[in-house]
Design a binder for this molecule. Structure first.
Ligand SMILES: [Zn+2]
Length: 351
């Protein structure tokens, strides 16, 4: 059993602005927790330094001029970008290595050299659009990996599960018209938070119709609601789709103590999802599974959730749990209605 932890020092050198919540400290804290738990000495977790990818794999998802623009701004030492993104001297190298780290990780899993992986990277990716940076994201790391699996490793069915509190608009756009990638996302309702998209009627188009699944959750929804969503939607979808590889956008801003969002999950709830996702991979995809860090702005939550995730991936007991937090009845009721809407929208396709 080998779990790869993909990490590079340069991931902690990219910075949007001093004091920004998407800070280098997020990864430093995660590494402190992981190291403090003895996971790096255990032998079943391998610390992997990522390699840069062939740039054509990034250009498959992003406009070449846009990527070149980031490189030039980084070379000049930095510069403003969009409303909520800016680059510094290290942004280009960090984003290229984050994307390359994901490709390397899924290749090692495909080749049987490791069982699963956690790509502990910055900048995050799931908001990045074809030709623009958005939501602290520049290159869509998970989409690059999924596209690699489909185009280079010739897989027909890749499932992306996204439990970040924000809708992964970039991932949705990348695979909206294909059935080779099933995108299932659980996020805070877009009427209450950035990026304002990801509603149940956004289900894909053409061959991709029914292969984008948006669970726009009521603010405050927590362990109970996510349990219902896994029972009624995520697991039945996986059973029907039979993914050959499972990728996860792990955004720990779904935790109730996150500073930018309003979701209600505890560490136990997040671990419950990780455990069930691992089971989905084992039952369908020979265990092939890779998690990508997306958001998460409470430092201790990013640390404890990262530790729990690695423990789950390498088959140990989860250490960090036991928080007490429950959701209100309105959340649970709303989730019950939401899953009915989703079931109806996908009837005759995958459900
Ligand atoms: Zn997020």
């Amino acid at each position: 059993m080998t779990t790869d932890l993909v990490y590079h020092e340069v991931f902690t050198k990219h910075e949007i602005s001093p004091g920004h919540p998407e800070s280098p400290e997020r990864l430093r804290t995660a590494m402190k927790y992981i190291d403090g738990a003895g996971l790096l000495k255990a032998g079943d977790i391998r610390l992997v330094t990522p390699e840069p990818p062939d740039l054509s794999e990034i250009y498959a998802l992003h406009d070449r001029r846009y990527i070149t623009d980031i490189r030039e701004k980084s070379r000049r030492g930095g510069g403003f970008f969009t409303l909520d993104t800016a680059v510094n001297a290290f942004t280009y190298e960090a984003m290229v290595l984050a994307a390359g780290g994901g490709i390397g990780a899924v290749d090692r899993i495909m080749d049987g050299k490791s069982n699963n992986a956690y790509i502990l990277c910055r900048p995050p990716g799931h908001h990045a659009e074809y030709d623009s940076a958005l939501g602290f994201c520049f290159v869509n790391n998970i989409a690059v990996a999924a596209n690699h699996l489909v185009t280079k490793r010739k897989l027909d069915r890749v499932m992306i599960i996204d439990y970040d509190a924000h809708h992964g608009n970039g991932t949705q756009r990348a695979f909206y018209s294909t059935n080779k990638v099933l995108y299932v996302t659980m996020h805070q309702d877009g009427r209450t938070i950035f990026p304002g998209s990801g509603f149940p009627d956004e289900i894909g188009t053409g061959e991709g119709k029914g292969y984008t699944v948006n669970l726009s959750m009521y603010p405050g929804a927590g362990d109970k609601s996510y349990d219902v969503v896994f029972n009624r939607i995520v697991e039945p979808l996986a059973k029907a789709y039979k993914p050959q590889f499972v990728l996860v956008s792990a955004g720990f801003d779904c935790h109730f103590q996150d500073t930018l969002t309003s979701m209600g999950l505890t560490n136990s709830g997040i671990s419950m999802m990780n455990r069930r996702i691992k089971a989905i991979a084992q039952q369908n995809a020979q265990g092939r599974l890779a998690f990508f860090l997306e958001g998460g702005y409470n430092l201790d939550v990013v640390g404890s959730a990262s530790q729990n995730l690695l423990e789950e991936l390498c088959g140990r007991e989860i250490t960090k749990h036991g928080e007490s937090h429950s959701e209100s009845d309105i959340c649970t009721r709303y989730t019950g209605d939401l899953v009915k809407v989703i079931e109806k929208n996908l009837e005759g396709i995958l459900l």
